[in-house]
Design a protein around this ligand. Sequence first.
Ligand SMILES: O=c1ccn([C@@H]2O[C@H](COP(=O)(O)OP(=O)(O)O[C@H]3O[C@H](CO)[C@@H](O)[C@H](O)[C@H]3O)[C@@H](O)[C@H]2O)c(=O)[nH]1
Ligand SMILES: [Mn+2]
Length: 735
Amino acid sequence: MGSGEYSPLFETRRGRGRFIYRSFAISLFVAICFIWLYRVCHINGEDGKWAWFGMLGADLWFGFYWLLTQAFRWNLVFRQPFNNRLYQRYENRLPKVDIFVCTADPDIEPQMMVINTVLSVLAYDYPTEKMSVYLSDDAGSEITFYALLEASKFAKHWIPFSKRFKVEPRSPAAYFKSLVSSGYPNDPIQNKKLAAIKTLYDEMERRIEDAIKLGGVPKEARSKHMGFSQWDSYCSRRDHDTILQILLHKKDPNNSKDVEGLVLPTLVYLARQKRPQYFHNFKAGAMNSLLRVSSNISNGKIILNLDCDMYSNNSQSIRDALCFFMDEEKGHEIAYVQFSQTFENATKNDLYGCGLISIAEVEFPGSDGCGGPLYIGSGCFHRRDTLMGMKFSDQYRNNWNSEDNQFEEASLQELEEKSKILASCTYEENTQWGNEIGLKYGGPVEDVITGLYIQCQGWKSLYYNPPRKGFLALAPTTLPQTLVQHKRWSEGDLQIFLSKYSPAWYGFGRISLGLQMGYCAYCLWAPNCLATLYYSIIPSLYLLKGISLFPKMSSPWFIPFAYVIIGETTYNLLEFLLCGGTFQGWWNELRIWLYKRTSSYLFACIDTILKLSGFSNSTFTITAKVTEKDASKRLEKEMMEFGTSSPMLTILASLAMLNLFCFLSVVKDTILGKDGLEACEKMVLQVLLCAFLVLINLPIYQALFLRKDNGKLPTSTTIKSTTLALAVFLSFTFA
Ligand SMILES: O=c1ccn([C@@H]2O[C@H](COP(=O)(O)OP(=O)(O)O[C@H]3O[C@H](CO)[C@@H](O)[C@H](O)[C@H]3O)[C@@H](O)[C@H]2O)c(=O)[nH]1
Ligand SMILES: [Mn+2]
């Protein structure tokens, strides 16, 4: 910089092949217009007029929705930070960083997983005196506290070890696991230290597992730490005082240094106060308590937010993120840096489509090109100022080293007591918390709406997808869990669309049109259920009546349909393969796409309507992060896990059965020669659609009739779905 030459801390590269993609998209849009035209022209005078009206509606919706999804494919950008420049210029002036980890249910979010996440971030390659880690425990579990206490002791060994030997990843469990496949280090000193560390880890794990088995912390351990006394007044998960303990802090004479005498990061346990009469606002409530408590204890200017299952896989992530924030030219405009989310447990062909790879590899770089990605809850670095509701102004400048908080002089105990008040149920009464300050309340998708609001205040955000992934998380491992997660997301997103902060109206004029469209594409996931359900029921049923709802193969109108179907399918497949997916993975994703739309989204719509009319309240079903043993064996074999009966599965099974009946009936007619072949020609698209639905539903038929294991669909579902499908089929055949 001395030479007057400005060398930025990060670089932006545009995606390749834009011209080709845009030409393709425009041609596809023309074809869609022809389809619309065809529908409008043929609506009168055809048999089955009402069915035709429905088809028009569905095609209008699909076309419109497709248009929305183009926004994030129009202009992809990719970011590259320059870590070494950051080091040269700012190593002694790095800002303080606070890291928030959230957990809420020890039964489905095991303590060992939680502390591994905590340890992975404690060991970041970053000056320890500038780092503070907070664990928010919405279950207020004594055993989780015990586990964190144990982790704080283990950290004294783990941090110096992992830094000295530059190990990756820095979650101990993941590191030990990686050694099994990648081999042990060659360095004999490291190996010796490793053996010692592994023993310490195993002992820690045993103590924690024992406490879990026991259902409580052993008396002896309990008596050794004052912190446990905070549970004396604890009633239940939903009813307890604030529990706050600073476990590691530079002022604590016993807990300030690691085994090599270097200062440790600050580590804090927080269970905010809960009372049954106060609604706790799920994760947003937890995050807001963390924001206040941390402002008192460390007041880091940058905040990293992580779910408890998302460990750091790359010790450089803080530095990477800071390259964006600290860039002298553009850094001050950036409110948050969202890292890509990668799922460690996704199977090779991603059976449940949880990898969301086209989102991570295409849509998010595309959103970055429109002004910045969405905030998606985990793996995101925020500027504290913006989370606190600050609006962007041209005068805003980075100022990392404004002095410490007001309690610098206080003793640790005073600090704890003062901070506890900030996490009480009543603290937020009559304040803007949850509205203009902090994460937004009101729905189960607090992250997206908060990010949107920040962007509407004039800030930019940025997406970073590093070659060595920054974070690894766990995706759901059964079909019902996947569907429930997507129900929560699509419901929350729809509520955002309908809220005061809707991307459609609040966003208007505040964010770019592209970003508005992209947000709408996510927020309108749920309404897709109507058109998709229509397409998976009506054309198949009309086959039975011999009524055609699509153009004949010999008609010129056939061309736009064929172009859209073949073009979009080929493009989708290519995109998926280029993002590193497999063919089978693409097929699996297509299936999940269908299942989400016909079940999760349907229930999301219904629940949103019930909520709007005051009949139900928001819920947040936490995703389980443990898989039973025989279920995980089936997962390895990529066998779909159903297991329970639920209304969502009944719908999926009924649709599958209905299409099977329709398809068999067509096959029968063709074979019996009841002008079958001719009818087939007339209705080729309808027959193909029905055949496709049967093919993609193969795992359901297996689960209904062939499988014997515990992951199959229960007999009650078989009976219900078959009866229902048969009733519809028969009434349509003979009506
Ligand atoms: O009352 C609650 C409920 C949840 N959580 C935590 O929130 C996180 C996310 O919950 P999870 O069940 O894993 O949901 P996912 O669908 O996997 O999470 C995604 O979607 C959520 C919004 O629906 C966001 O909050 C998450 O950050 C985002 O990763 C977990 O760490 C939970 O411990 C709380 O702290 N308090
Ligand atoms: Mn999760």
